[in-house]
Design a protein. Structure first.
Length: 128
């Protein structure tokens, strides 16, 4: 499982990375839009954990680029604001699969990443 974390607060991203690496994931942590775009150009990812509030950048631009460059990558948006709390993020980003608070326990976020990184073959029927 290959994961890209895009989080401006490096210490929070590092906490998430450690939890995911304990599950056997290969994790790339970036803190800027430019670094995230470079990572998406260079590597394939199963899931992108993307903070909606990227300092000096745009999370929606990253998600849009990912939908073009890595269309199979699922995006879990995280935020510490109430913006998009109405669920409208799912209309704006076709690869969005979840929207959670930045304060979500790291083990819960890791479980969500694990779920969305699994092969998407007939998930509705419980078959993987």
């Amino acid at each position: 499982m290959k994961i890209l974390i895009v989080e401006s607060r490096a210490e929070l991203g590092a906490i998430w990375r450690r939890h995911l690496e304990r599950q056997g994931a290969l994790v790339t942590l970036t803190t800027t839009q430019g670094d995230a775009i470079e990572a998406l150009c260079a590597h394939d990812f199963d899931v992108i954990v993307l903070d909606l509030v990227i300092e000096g950048g745009s999370a929606l631009a990253i998600a849009d680029f990912a939908s073009y460059r890595r269309p199979d990558a699922r995006v879990i948006f995280v935020t510490n604001t109430s913006f998009f709390s109405d669920g409208s993020i799912f209309a704006l980003s076709p690869n969005a699969c979840a929207f959670v608070r930045s304060s979500t326990p790291p083990e819960d976020l890791a479980a969500m990443v694990d779920y969305y990184a699994a092969p998407r073959v007939s998930r509705a029927c419980g078959v993987r």
